[in-house]
Every structure is written in C-alpha cells, then in structure tokens.
Design a protein around this ligand. Sequence first.
Ligand code: KG4
Ligand code: ZN
Length: 356
Amino acid sequence: MQREGSGSGEDVTILAIESSCDETAAAVVRNGREVLSNIIASQIDLHTVYGGVVPEIASRKHIEKIDQVIAEALRTADRTLQDMDAVAVTYGPGLVGALLVGVSAAKAISFASGIPLIGVHHIEGHISANYIENKDLEPPFVCLVVSGGHSHLVIVRDYGIYEILGRTRDDAAGEAFDKVARAIGLGYPGGPKIDRVSREGNPDAIKFPRAKVADAVYDFSFSGLKSAVLNYLNSCEMKGIPVCQADVAASFQKAVVDVLVEHSMLAVETCGLHKFAIAGGVASNSALRSALERACTERGIAFYHPSPVMCTDNAAMIGAAAYYEYQSGVRHGYDLNAVPNLKLGENLHSLLDSCG
Ligand code: KG4
Ligand code: ZN
C-alpha cells in the first residue's frame, strides 16, 4: 500500500466492488456521498436450502455474476471505466474465496484501465454507509457495528481512523439472530425473519439473560443468550409445553436490543460525543432502530442510521469509504490480497485512556 498526495478538490468518481459474503455488488459513487448506481445480486435463495452461506457456492456464484454486476453499475450510472478516478474493492474481512473474486476483478480493471486500486475494509464500508444518506454527518461519532460476522462499538475519530471500544467475545449479533431463527424453525436468513415474527410476539413473555462481560463494559457476549433459548426450547419439548414462536423471537430480540442499547449509550455518554450511528445488517432491525432512536432522543444525541438496504452488504458503502481513503492518498498495488480476518484499528489502550 502506498500514500499519494491528497485529493485535488475536483469531483472523484469511484467504481466500488463488494463480494465478501453472499452478495455480488458493484456501485458508482461520486465524492463519497452521492450514489450514481448501486447494483446487488443476492445469493440468498441459493443458500437458503442449506440453512446458511456455503462458501464454495458463494465463490462460484460471484464468479458467474461479477462482470455482469460491474457492467450494470457503470451502465446505470451512465459512465464508462474511463470516467472512473479509482476502483475500490473489499479485501477483508470475509470469506476468502468470495473476497478473492472481487479483489481479482478490481485488480484486472485497475491494470487494464490504469486507474488506481483501493482496498477497503468491509466494516469501514458499513460505517461509511452512514455518510451516504446523512450528508451532514462528520466524525467524530460513536458507531455500533452489528453484522453477521461482527459486533463492534467503535469511535470514528476521523475519516479512516477508528478506535475499538468493545467487541463480541463469541457470536456476532447477526450470527445469534441466524442461529436462534434456525432453532425456532424460521430458517435462513434469520435476522429479517425474527424481526418480522417478533411483531406478533410478547417481548416480555420469556426472561432471557442480558450478558455482561465483567472486565470489559463495552464488550458483548451472545452465546449464553443463544444457549438460554435452546435450553428453553428443550425444556418445553420435554415437558410437552407448546412453544410460541413469536414470543420466543420477540423475547430473544428484546434481550439483544437491550444489551446493544445499554452498551451504546454508555459509550456515547462516557466519551462525551453527541453523535451516534449504527451500521451492519442487524442495524436494519426495526426494534433496535426504534429503541436507539428513543434512547438518543432522551439524551439529546443525534442518531444516524442508513436505510435498511444500505445496512446490509452493498458496494455503495465501499465506494463511500474508498473516497476518504483516496483523499488521504491511499493506493494499493497489484499485490493486494484477500485478508479473511482483516482487523479494524485496534487502539484499545489509547481509547480507554481517553474515555476514562
Ligand atoms: O452486514 P451483513 O449484510 O453481512 C455481514 O457483513 O455479515 O449482515 C448480515 C446479518 C445476518 O446475520 C442477518 O440475519 C442480519 O444481518 N440481519 C438482521 C436483519 N436484517 C439482516 N438481523 C436482525 N434484524 C434484521 N432486520
Ligand atoms: Zn457486511
């Protein structure tokens, strides 16, 4: 990776590619905030029969779709490759075979057309989705990132500068939604189904645990909650008590939402920042959004959230993140590789010092 001089102040148009999991996506984004096109080919139907994403199938499908999706993104934006200032791609974290498809496509485009290549961190993309629909949002702010693979509480100090306050010790929030959905017979993808079914259930019907991590107030742990749901289902079965799917879904969802809201508000208050954003697939959860909206309003904190389609995987968010990387001079070479466990800024100690 190299750093070049910062941007010239002219318009910057970026072709962005995302293929870290089960969505093949490409977008054209101008100046980090204006989406000229956002094409997403979802593989959800393919993986549903297996109850989750099958990595090998995901990679193969990305290969079939990627050229089409990129061409459609350029066509919809009414642009050609010659109009692009850079090509950006998610290079981690994610499924290695899936990531490699996007990374290879971006490298080929960069090589063939001579435009710079920018590798983007997937989570940085999720966070940056907030810039697209909230034109006034600027760092610093606190962001709760909750996706299928990650649960992080992050301080966005500046564009591209992140400090991790807390993270999950075990399952990510989305993973917990998906596993519980499978256990109560809702199938994959679990998050949106639990969200929907919960509207008919009583969130106070079953008292599930709200886990705290003793030595790390901002960390999350969802595996105990998942086990509590499984134990509840087993004990109902053993006693011959019928299970109300909607009540289990709503009670589980409330337990997750309570913990996410409590930790988020603690972070915002402790760090003295008055802006709070959410990101990642679980950020599209309706109960979480309304609980956070309420909590922020009560505390006089500005609440930012992408629209649901910008919360789940897409390439527009990668284009938004890439713009700020481009402006700070980041350029990658053709040795850019997929990094399945790529970490976001790990500056825990300086953060704890600054927040007390
Ligand atoms: O961010 P994302 O699209 O992919 C990853 O980077 O992981 O997040 C996918 C996750 C899945 O676990 C899915 O079940 C969850 O987000 N999800 C939801 C909702 N929509 C998607 N979880 C709860 N409620 C939703 N409405
Ligand atoms: Zn994601």
